[in-house]
Write a protein that binds this ligand. Structure first.
Ligand code: PEP
Ligand code: MG
Length: 283
């Protein structure tokens, strides 16, 4: 079976009904980037950037971001690469933020309270990613206003670096974002559904609870939320990706495709299976 999947790597991810689903990879390290290329993912739908800094004692500097990013980007010249800004949340929390207690869980307000730290990361991404087809996305967006502040910081960083600002997207993983989805869609260039967090948030589960599985994204309340996101995005001609683990779940994939999701972004090790799954859908 593995050999058969490998042999199909150059076949397009199209359903039997002719719907083209773009298949991207979730990565964090240079070896993930290599694995994504080997599996013929169509670029990167989620580059997690917080993982090198989970033991950090302060906000990472421009030089530290650059040192982490360059080995990843080096393998991805000309590929679409969607870089997520730091997502320090309670399941990924460095010691210097551990004292923030109840404010954690929503890393974006913390980051917005440190505009210089945010600007350092934007400048590092823009410089290190200059040879890729770059997009930037913001985790845990709760409102269009937050995304507008991010766009401002990104625009200034782009001027500093001397490049055009890349497309800016919002991750939709909070119920507040779903409630405000029309304004967020109006402020964004693309949307990406973080089904890991969104599922837990909608169903009131703790992210660290082993009972919280990717398959729970099939719950009608989660499906309804995803449907609202797709409708709002498509009304504005924005593409919607799903980058949580539900995008690689055999029970959830057909539901996501039926709801109109345009892009699935999955672990490099899941790319072959998900391509095969899409290719046998009737849709
Ligand atoms: C998600 O929440 O679905 C997601 C993709 O991000 P993370 O798992 O890093 O929170
Ligand atoms: Mg998340």
């Amino acid at each position: 079976r593995k050999a058969k999947l490998v042999a199909e790597r150059d076949l397009p991810s199209v359903t039997r009904g002719g719907r083209r689903i773009v298949l991207r990879a979730n990565i964090a390290t240079p070896s993930d980037a290599q694995a994504a290329l080997t599996a013929r993912a169509e670029g990167v739908g989620l580059l997690r950037t917080e993982l090198p800094f989970l033991d950090a004692r302060s906000w990472p500097s421009y030089a530290q971001h650059t040192a982490a990013l360059v080995p990843v980007f080096r393998r991805l010249a000309h590929q679409p690469v969607t870089v997520r800004t730091l997502d320090f949340a309670d399941d990924k929390l460095p010691p210097f933020l551990a004292g923030e207690g109840g404010r954690i869980g929503r890393g974006l307000p913390l980051m917005l309270a440190e505009p210089d730290a945010f600007a350092d990361q934007f400048r590092a991404i823009l410089t290190a990613g200059a040879a890729t087809d770059l997009r930037i996305m913001i985790p845990m967006v709760a409102s269009a206003d937050e995304l507008a502040v991010c766009r401002d910081l990104l625009a200034k960083a782009a001027v500093d670096v001397g490049v055009a600002p890349p497309p800016l997207g919002a991750m939709i993983e909070l119920p507040e974002a779903v409630a405000d989805i029309d304004s967020i869609a109006a402020a964004a260039d693309f949307l990406s559904i973080g089904s890991n967090d969104l599922t837990c948030q909608v169903l009131g589960l703790d992210r660290r609870d082993p009972a919280a599985t990717p398959a729970m994204a099939a719950h009608p309340d989660v499906q309804a939320a995803i449907g609202e996101v797709v409708t709002a995005a498509h009304r504005r001609q924005l593409l919607v990706s799903v980058c949580g683990d539900a995008a690689a779940d055999a029970e959830v994939i057909p539901l996501l495709v039926a709801l109109g999701c345009d892009i699935l972004s999955v672990a490099p090790s899941a790319v072959d299976e998900v391509r095969a799954h899409i290719r046998q859908l009737a849709d």
